[in-house]
Design a protein around this ligand. Structure first.
Ligand code: PGA
Length: 250
């Protein structure tokens, strides 16, 4: 059975004090015994303290990026070993902001995937089409190519460590969400694509999250679709009440 997951991508928000405050609110407000897995991804400098802070809870901590090399002269970068050494065992890769603003290519993301998996990390692999691709009807092709070029080189056994996050770029931070039908249509296509490239077992077991302007008022309907296994949340993850409402909507 695949897992239900709600992950909050905090992007470049929240200093040390604010991180602690938001975590405290989440600890207090997320109901005990919920079945879905909850993950937060604060900035690099606050990861170690977040891990400590959440040690007695079921809330997981993810990094927003990792460098592909084991170490070396890469000023400003963070390695997988550094992350796992402070207890961070999950990483978001291929986010559209990394692709667009920091020019991360499919090939680069593929090498980051390899490094993360080598360190036994779980990868939340993000991908999704831009508005022009959807308008030209090319969105299925784009998604298939991103999956093939960034992820499908992995071995079948590694799928246990992979979570997919379909995030149409036109819906990220725009307030515009894919309709539940659009999300379901794409998620079904993604599962089918994984099935063709790997197996029915892999396709059935991989969690596929939707991301892009998920809010308390649209989460329930999106999460009710059979191939949507949760969400990757940006803006709404920064307010405890909104994030908790999304977490409980699943
Ligand atoms: P958003 O961001 O929820 O603010 O649209 C989602 C994301 O970037 O993962």
């Amino acid at each position: 059975m695949r897992k239900k997951i709600v992950a909050g991508n905090w992007k470049m928000h929240k200093n040390a004090e604010q991180t602690k405050e938001l975590l405290n609110e989440l600890i207090a407000k997320i109901p005990a015994g919920i079945e879905s897995q909850v993950i937060v991804a604060p900035t690099f400098v606050n990861l170690a303290s977040a891990v400590d802070h959440l040690a007695a809870t079921a809330i997981g901590v993810a990094a927003q990026n990792v460098h592909q090399a084991e170490g070396g002269a890469f000023t400003g970068e963070i390695s997988a070993d550094m992350l796992t050494s402070v207890g961070v065992n999950t990483v978001i890769l291929g986010h559209s902001e990394r692709r667009a603003i920091f020019h991360e290519t499919d090939a680069l993301i593929a090498s980051k995937v390899d490094t993360a998996l080598k360190h036994d990390m779980t990868v939340i692999f993000c991908f999704g089409e831009e508005l022009k691709d959807r308008q030209s009807g090319n969105h299925f092709n784009i998604v298939e190519n991103q999956l093939r070029d960034g992820l499908f080189h992995i071995e079948a056994a590694n799928w246990e460590k992979v979570v997919l996050a379909y995030e149409p770029v036109w819906a990220i931070g725009t307030g515009e969400t894919a309709s539940p039908e659009q999300a379901q249509e794409m998620h079904e296509f993604i599962r089918e694509t994984v099935l063709k490239a790997f197996s029915k077992e892999v396709a059935e077991n991989v969690s596929i999250l939707y991301g892009g302007s998920v809010k308390p008022d649209n989460a329930k309907e999106i999460f009710s679709k059979p191939d949507v296994d949760g969400g990757l949340i940006g803006g709404a993850a920064l307010k405890a009440d909104d994030f908790v409402a999304i977490v409980t909507a699943i």
